[in-house]
Design a protein around this ligand. Structure first.
Ligand code: FPP
Length: 258
């Protein structure tokens, strides 16, 4: 009991250290370490993914409570198709199950669901569950939860290039008018602010083909915590760390100091 109280006090203390005025508008997370977490517990990899859902729920709730506008989670990369067939199908089933279970909670919390990635290649059931979730939550406005599914940043950049090239070919766009804003709008994330904070769990320090265009100025935060163990306090710690950094965007210190 005493320990629970201490943990709660620590969580509240961390939360109170966050400056709500300086929250990142968009946080992106590479959820990593489910497999290793499962191995540590002597269980199959899928057990790690199942417990990863608890971390998804906690993180989404914490971000929405704070007032973060966008939370993007890397749930399945294009490269993940290379995993054992059984793991891929279990992950896809888990997605359907979680989407069905959590839609009510998303609505209760006024959270809108969106997705980025090549959704056309997802199994039909997963795609349908996802599209239904997006449709059912489209009028919510407190926070947008973006799931990156069958996502690859290089694919997204190529897709945007193709889209713009088609417009040039059709004569509706001049090559000289392609600037950062036009290009950003042609990406899957068109209309969203760029992530200001990118978190990766499990001690890996890589970007793994995630949001490469959008994170040009993001602060990167790496934590050794395996994703299934990630809780609200870990998100708070990442945000506190983010707020301690000086974001200069190429300028010198004196130009950005308040
Ligand atoms: C990375 O751990 C995790 C994934 C590729 C899948 C993430 C999926 C979930 C948390 C479950 C469902 C998600 C939602 C949004 C409902 P890993 O398997 O690469 O771990 P390892 O590096 O230790 O092997």
């Amino acid at each position: 009991m005493a320990l629970n109280h201490e943990l709660l006090a620590e969580k509240m203390d961390l939360k109170s250290q966050i400056n709500i005025e300086k929250l990142p508008r968009h946080i992106a997370i590479i959820m990593d370490g489910n497999g290793r977490w499962a191995k540590q517990h002597g269980k199959p990899r899928v057990f790690g993914h199942r417990n990863g859902v608890t971390a998804v729920r906690e993180t989404t709730e914490a971000a929405a409570e704070l007032g973060v506008e966008y939370l993007t989670l890397y749930a399945f990369s294009t490269e993940n198709w290379n995993r054992p067939k059984l793991e891929v199908s279990a992950l896809m089933r888990l997605l359907v199950e979680t989407l069905h279970k959590e839609i009510d909670t998303l609505n209760k919390n006024d959270i809108r669901l969106q997705a980025i990635g090549d959704l056309s290649k997802l199994p039909e059931k997963t795609r349908q569950a996802l599209l239904a979730g997006i449709e059912n939550t489209k009028n919510n406005s407190r926070m947008t939860l973006v799931l990156a599914l069958n996502y690859s940043a290089k694919w997204e950049i190529m897709e945007a290039s193709r889209r713009l090239a088609r417009q040039v070919q059709a004569g509706t766009l001049s090559p000289d008018d392609i600037d950062e804003a036009t290009f950003a709008a042609a990406l899957n994330t068109g209309g969203m602010p760029d992530p200001e904070l990118l978190i990766r769990t499990s001690g890996e320090n890589r970007l793994s083909n995630f949001l490469l265009w959008q994170i040009a100025y993001a602060e990167l935060y790496f934590t050794p915590v395996f994703w299934p163990d990630f809780r609200k306090e870990h998100l708070y710690k990442a945000i506190i760390d983010f707020q301690k950094r000086e974001r200069r965007f190429g300028k010198i210190s004196e130009q950005v100091a308040p």
